[in-house]
Ligand binder design. Structure first.
Ligand SMILES: Cc1ncc(COP(=O)(O)O)c(C=O)c1O
Length: 297
């Protein structure tokens, strides 16, 4: 009897559509279809790996320095020997944008734990950098706001951008069925973040955002700088339910109003004025970032 498994899945066409033709893998720019990871990489068998995601507009990576610094710091914090400095990563990113003619989209950088003798300790891992298409949320979501579902959880090693998204990927089936956008993590009555976004609330004109047990988002940092005064502090679950306004921030969402949590309307269930004002300011900041590239060139 043949030991070969007659697998029907080999006939299945993998949709590479949102992944651009060229990527960085095996220490060089190669065809994305040739990128591969060893099955015993601790990134795969133990979920020990880091990543980051950068948005591209007009062929330029927005706020690149912040993302590269976070990626390098994530590797350091996980004791992963990333032998690339900020300039080298930047050069690869620019080369990939040019080679893929990526006018708008995203760059995904992944650094895995590597293959080690005991299949547990991190070793020198593999660096992958992919160019992807990116669809931002629909205009309707920005206009009407989105709904969140609470979940008792804190991300392990929350300040590090690890690839561990097991819980939200598993939960996503439930939230899609319930037509909610995402989750809101809380623990012991204190909120932290959403699965891929930071959270802000506005009460009596004061903007606040959780201080601990979060990934320190690049968008969060930009929003804090734009808003001027933001309280970074402990926020209770009850407090956010009673907020005047709530919004979430991330690279792939910018600022998205949240109008319902667990079926409870945030005030009147419509995006509030402070949120809309910040959305506008954030958009202007992005335009300034984009025009700064044009002036350089
Ligand atoms: C857990 C988590 N929190 C917050 C964010 C938002 O971070 P950023 O604004 O840098 O995209 C992300 C982004 O992926 C995330 O995964």
């Amino acid at each position: 009897m043949s030991m070969q498994h007659d697998c029907k899945c080999k006939d299945k066409l993998i949709n590479f559509n949102n992944m651009k033709t060229f990527c960085y893998a095996k220490n060089q720019i190669i065809s994305s279809e040739q990128a591969a990871i060893h099955p015993l990489d601790v990134g795969l068998i133990r979920g020990y790996a880091i990543f980051d995601f950068i948005r591209i507009e007009d062929f330029q990576p927005l706020y690149l320095a912040g993302y590269l610094a976070r990626f390098i710091s994530s590797a350091e914090k996980l004791n992963l020997p990333l032998n690339y400095d900020q300039d080298e990563l930047q050069n690869i990113i620019y080369a990939l944008i040019a080679k893929n003619e990526l006018q708008q989209g995203g760059i995904r950088m992944i650094f895995s734990g590597g293959v080690s003798d005991n299949h547990f300790s991190p070793a020198g891992g593999s660096l992958f950098i992919f160019c992807e298409e990116l669809t931002m949320p629909s205009p309707e979501k920005y206009e009407l706001g989105v709904r969140l579902l609470s979940e008792e959880y804190i991300r392990p090693l929350a300040s590090i951008k690890t690839t561990n998204y097991t819980l939200p990927v598993w939960l996503s089936r439930k939230w899609k069925e319930m037509e909610v956008e995402d989750v809101l993590y809380h623990h012991g009555g204190i909120i932290s973040e959403s699965s891929r976004s930071n959270i802000f609330m506005v009460k009596d004109g004061i903007i606040s955002t959780p201080k601990l047990n979060i990934l320190y988002g690049i968008t969060r940092k930009n929003v804090i700088a734009l808003a001027g005064q933001v309280q970074e502090r402990e926020i209770s679950f009850t407090e956010i339910l009673n907020a005047d306004e709530v919004f979430m921030t991330s690279t792939t969402k910018r600022i998205l109003p949240v109008t319902q949590i667990d079926g409870t309307l945030i005030r009147n269930g419509r995006p509030g004025e402070a949120t809309q004002e910040l959305m506008e300011k954030f958009w202007q900041l992005e335009q300034r970032e984009r025009s700064s590239f044009k002036q350089e060139n």
